[in-house]
Design a protein around this ligand. Structure first.
Ligand SMILES: Cc1cc2nc3c(=O)[nH]c(=O)nc-3n(C[C@H](O)[C@H](O)[C@H](O)COP(=O)(O)OP(=O)(O)OC[C@H]3O[C@@H](n4cnc5c(N)ncnc54)[C@H](O)[C@@H]3O)c2cc1C
Ligand code: FES
Ligand code: FES
Length: 476
């Protein structure tokens, strides 16, 4: 396989590596190529956080640092970015970083597998909150550390460490120096399309027309957003990909447009950003969205990737269906639109042609609608749904004038509970109408039994989630 050079910054120095295969993971690069063994491999599937590192990029001219799972990221994805591993935290005078010192002082330091990952997530929190004199609450610490697992428990002192970080003298990290590195990198960006005969490449276009041209020229190349699904095909299935088109830096796909009546989210917007906007517009979805994987996954995964993967238990889609979201699909020769629920043609199958990309997700804003979403999973945090239900309802003079219900885990694809919606539309909103609808939704689908739950459990659970929506609606 032909190999490609990679440039990034580490500890204020430029690193240039030749001959890095397109599908080499960032963790392989760190441990094997750079010989830095502080970053660990636990699960190799984005679940445990042992491999957490922090990457920095420029956002609106300011450095923005994000904790990510290096085990399922491709090495080339950090081209021209800054990489921090646990080896970089030592302060210039040799003392520990506040994230490390707080772990020592609260007795949060545990085994050599989970601790470096926890420390890197704490470092990202430090830069997000302490650097800007923002308070870290225990609840925030729990949300931000939800992607780091310890099999032996012992979370309390780690949460103490997170809240204790502001008590130490400020760590030295010159944001001006970060900006200087990153600005220098973004100035030298040749965007050479991979030629048709090229056998191997990792192409990371900045412009949509380049991405679409590459897609047209190499329809068999693997499209990648955050690689939180695709990375596992490499680490778990041991697939190899010689041609990769990484759309995560396409400017048009990274934008968010908010008008008074519509939200337009670029398909490569990371979930952490997309969810922040959704939570602001639909505040009652906060818990639902915070329970999507752990923060390092949400920092990498994109909305377009979640939709394209089309898992029947994917979490964005029930909410997007309830919100009446519409997708824009583009190729080099045209553009079309479709509703999220009409995008799927079967189990993980969709309408996307070999030369198309999902480019935008448009969500109408209905001012007077009430939006709720619930996820049921075996573990509260960092776990995939058993079933999910999202509902958007407008009630006028006590009557349900509009309702949309999206469900996950009830069919081979994310779907809409049309029969239940019809039952409720035009009804006086009441306990008996909702009970009737809850009994109806239990029978509307024929879910499967699998390792997560039996079909009977799923049917009962989806009814209970609708009952819960009523209780929340009617609560004083
Ligand atoms: C530990 C862990 C926990 C997870 N927890 C959850 C969870 O709680 N809920 C949940 O729903 N999912 C979860 N996932 C699944 C995963 O995070 C999502 O499916 C994710 O959103 C995929 O987005 P991505 O950008 O990483 O996609 P990628 O892995 O980059 O790509 C996935 C697929 O989408 C295609 N694709 C990507 N972008 C585009 C585009 N713009 N146009 C066309 N095709 C595109 C790719 O070709 C590929 O087929 C979890 C995954 C892991 C590893
Ligand atoms: S090794 Fe477990 S998340 Fe990466
Ligand atoms: S996994 Fe490290 S102490 Fe539990």
């Amino acid at each position: 396989m032909a190999k490609q050079a990679l440039r990034f910054f580490k500890n204020r120095r430029q690193v240039l590596l030749e001959n890095i295969p397109a599908d080499r993971t960032l963790l392989e690069l760190i441990r094997d190529d750079l010989q830095l063994k502080g970053t660990k491999e636990g699960c190799a599937e984005g679940d445990c956080g042992a491999c957490t590192v922090v990457v920095g990029r420029l956002e609106n001219g300011r450095p923005s640092l994000h904790a990510i799972n290096s085990c399922i990221r491709f090495a080339h994805s950090i081209q021209d970015q800054i990489l921090f591993t646990v080896e970089d935290l030592k302060q210039p005078d040799g003392s520990l970083h506040p994230a490390q010192q707080a772990m020592v002082d609260t007795h949060g330091s545990q085994c050599g597998f989970c601790t470096p990952g926890f420390v890197m997530s704490l470092f990202a929190m430090y830069e997000r909150y302490v650097r800007h004199d923002l308070v870290i609450t225990r609840e925030q610490a729990q949300t931000d550390l939800s992607g780091n697992l310890c099999r032996c428990t012992g979370y309390r002192p780690i949460l103490d460490a997170a809240c204790r970080m502001p008590d130490y003298p400020k760590a030295l990290l010159s944001h001006e120096a970060l900006v200087a590195c990153l600005s220098q990198a973004t100035q030298s960006l040749p965007e050479a399309l991979p030629l048709a005969q090229v056998a191997s490449f990792y192409f990371q276009p900045k412009r949509l027309d380049s991405a679409l041209m590459a897609r047209a020229t190499h329809p068999q190349a693997l499209v990648v957003g955050g690689a939180t699904d695709v990375g596992l095909w490499v680490t778990k299935r041991h697939d190899h990909y010689a041609k990769i088109i990484d759309v995560s830096r396409v400017q048009e796909l990274c934008s968010i447009l908010e008008t008074s009546d519509e939200l337009v989210l670029g398909a490569a917007v990371p979930l952490s950003r997309a969810f922040a906007v959704l939570k602001r517009h639909f505040p009652r979805t906060q818990e639902y969205l915070d329970r999507y994987a752990g923060l390092p996954i949400r920092e990498s995964a994109t909305l377009g990737g979640n939709i394209a993967t089309g898992s029947p238990i994917g979490d964005s889609m029930p909410l997007l269906i309830a919100l009446n979201a519409r997708l824009t699909l583009r190729s080099a020769t045209g553009m079309r639109h479709c509703a999220v629920e009409l995008f799927y043609t079967g189990y993980r199958k969709n309408l996307l042609a070999a030369d198309e990309l999902i480019t935008e997700i448009s969500i109408p804003i209905e001012r007077d609608s009430f939006v709720l979403a619930y996820k049921l999973s075996k573990r509260r945090d960092d776990d995939i749904s058993i079933v999910a239900l999202a509902l958007s309802m407008t009630v006028k003079a006590g009557v349900i004038s509009a309702i949309r219900i999206g469900v996950g885990g009830m069919a081979e694809r994310p779907t809409r509970a049309i029969a239940t919606e019809e039952k409720l539309r035009g009804q006086l909103l009441s306990a008996s109408a909702m009970e009737d609808a809850a009994q109806g939704i239990e029978k509307e689908f024929t879910p499967i039994s699998d390792m997560r739950a039996s079909a009977a459990y799923r049917s009962q659970a989806i009814g209970q989630l609708l009952r819960r929506a009523w209780l929340e609606w009617s609560a004083p």
